[in-house]
Design a protein around this ligand. Structure first.
Ligand code: 2P0
Length: 359
């Protein structure tokens, strides 16, 4: 494109994946900073696609002008959340008040399926905003800085979103053994190219697709005066150190032990909040029992994790998929709502959907 920004309408699109945490972010400090470090697997198929269209306002400055569409419809609740995020970013992205913005977003996975939509949607939006920043300021960042900036902005929309800016295994939060780690943004966690970890699968067992009874924000808030606050911080940071060892050494027993400890600890913290929050369902517990029984009987490398909801993520390796899928379809599906599960796997990260614009 060669025309001047002044008379142009530019459309940017990014597709960003969701992620599932093995070590859980639970509890935050001011500035949407985490109490503890976390580590996640970026998914491949469960994604949000966001297009950001912008054109210069007749008069620069003033209030942000933004229209938001979700699956083609105006969606008040999401729109308010996005507008409040954009307002909070004005100091960092001052050009936001100079343009008319139209944001169109779509998820390709069902609402309330136990897949974090705030992670993929805030990551996709943050990537669009950094691309817009490059175009309007005419300063193009080196790739590593681009994603670091997108991760920092995504974090401010939703903590877990900062991890969705990268593919593979991703960590967020300062820990001693990861030199590049930070509370401000996530970083890709290096995995040996030969490792089976590069071929993880995630089968999401849908125990219930009902809307969650708890917003993430109130869940995090419940940690602020939690009697186990300090213990949890120590546990999670310790688990993060251990899980990074497990990944570096391809130690799948340790990987399962830590992941399951994290999933159950998250729910133990919810249960012991005041008032107690019960998100697990009877079928969640049946699935856990069956997974442990099956692992004991077969010796296969599989583990479960659970987000802040009732659905179970069954994590295993591509090379054992043939042996695990019959167990899913015959045994685990009985405990799923309408026998439903979603097949996903470790993914390569976000993708720019529109041609690169340089003015
Ligand atoms: C995680 N979760 O690490 C943890 C585990 C759910 C359980 O981060 O308030 O949507 O937007 O920062 O990121 C869910 O909380 O919360 C979450 P906000 P977010 O994935």
């Amino acid at each position: 494109m060669t025309t001047k920004m002044n008379d142009q309408t530019i459309k940017i699109g990014w597709k960003a994946p969701s992620n599932i945490a093995l070590v859980k972010y639970w509890g935050k400090r001011a500035g949407q900073l985490p109490v503890n470090g976390s580590l996640s697997i970026t998914l491949e198929k469960s994604t949000t696609t966001t297009f950001l269209t912008f054109s210069r306002k007749l008069k620069s400055g003033g209030a942000i002008e933004m229209e938001y569409f979700f699956h083609g419809n105006k969606q008040e609740k999401f729109s308010e959340k996005i507008l409040s995020l954009l307002n909070s970013l004005i100091a960092e992205l001052p050009f936001l008040t100079d343009f008319r913005l139209v944001i169109e977003s779509e998820n390709n996975f069902p609402h309330s399926a136990g897949i974090a939509s705030s992670a993929s949607s805030m990551a996709a939006l943050a990537l669009c905003l950094v691309t817009m920043e490059e175009i309007v300021t005419n300063v193009y960042l080196p790739e590593a800085d681009f994603f670091k900036r997108a991760s920092t902005l995504a974090r401010q929309g939703s903590g877990s979103a900062c991890r969705s800016v990268y593919g593979g295994i991703v960590s967020w939060g300062k820990i001693a053994s990861i030199r590049t780690s930070s509370d401000q943004y996530a970083s890709p966690f290096p995995v040996n190219s030969e490792s089976r970890i590069n071929h993880l699968r995630d089968t999401i067992l849908i125990v219930s697709s009902e809307e969650k009874s708890l917003s993430s924000s109130s869940g995090h808030a419940a940690m602020a005066d939690h009697p186990y606050w300090e213990g949890r911080r120590v546990q999670a940071n310790g688990n993060l150190e251990l899980i990074t060892d497990a990944i570096r050494n391809d130690d799948y027993q340790l990987l399962s032990k830590i992941s399951e400890n994290e999933a159950l600890s998250l729910h133990a913290l919810l249960l012991s909040s005041s008032p107690g929050i019960v998100l697990l369902k009877p079928n969640t517990l049946r699935i856990i029992e069956e997974i442990r029984r099956f692992r004991e009987a077969t010796g296969l490398d599989l583990l479960f994790t659970i987000d802040a909801g009732p659905n179970v993520h069954l994590i295993y390796f591509e090379d054992q998929r043939e042996m695990i899928m019959p167990f899913v379809s015959k045994t685990l599906s009985q405990f799923c709502e309408n026998g439903t599960w979603i097949d996903d796997k470790i993914g390569t990260g976000p993708r720019l959907l529109t041609p690169k614009v340089e003015l």
